[in-house]
Design a protein around this ligand. Structure first.
Ligand code: FES
Length: 110
């Protein structure tokens, strides 16, 4: 499984997050003010659902211990101890495509 069409760009408003599953791969697409990013559904710290976190259009915050990341770069902010992993994405004719050549999984602490 490699490149897959996910949805139209207008299906995810700026500042919004949406969860998807293609095959057996779960992921979240975030529409940041500076672009889209596709990430695994769980926090890299512990197995907490990032879809339940807070996103202000630029910063994603996990609601469990408040680790934060800049979106779409996925670089850590504040107390976050690592970068978010992300899937490769492309916009083709206003469709969002994702490269699922690997299922990104974190080694959680719990
Ligand atoms: S589980 Fe997300 S910050 Fe700890």
């Amino acid at each position: 499984m490699t490149w897959n069409k996910v949805c139209r760009t207008e299906d995810i408003a700026i500042g919004a997050m949406k969860a998807f599953c293609i095959g057996e791969v779960n992921f979240i697409i975030i529409n940041g003010a500076a672009g889209f990013v596709a990430i695994p559904p769980s926090c890299p710290h512990m197995d907490n659902a990032l879809i339940d976190g807070f996103f202000d259009g630029e910063t994603l915050t996990c609601d469990k211990h408040l680790w934060q990341w800049s979106i779409p770069s996925c670089e850590p902010l504040g107390d976050s101890e690592c970068r978010l992993s992300n899937y490769e994405t492309e916009i083709r004719n206003n469709d969002i495509w994702i490269n699922l050549n690997k299922n990104i999984l974190y080694n959680h602490e719990e």
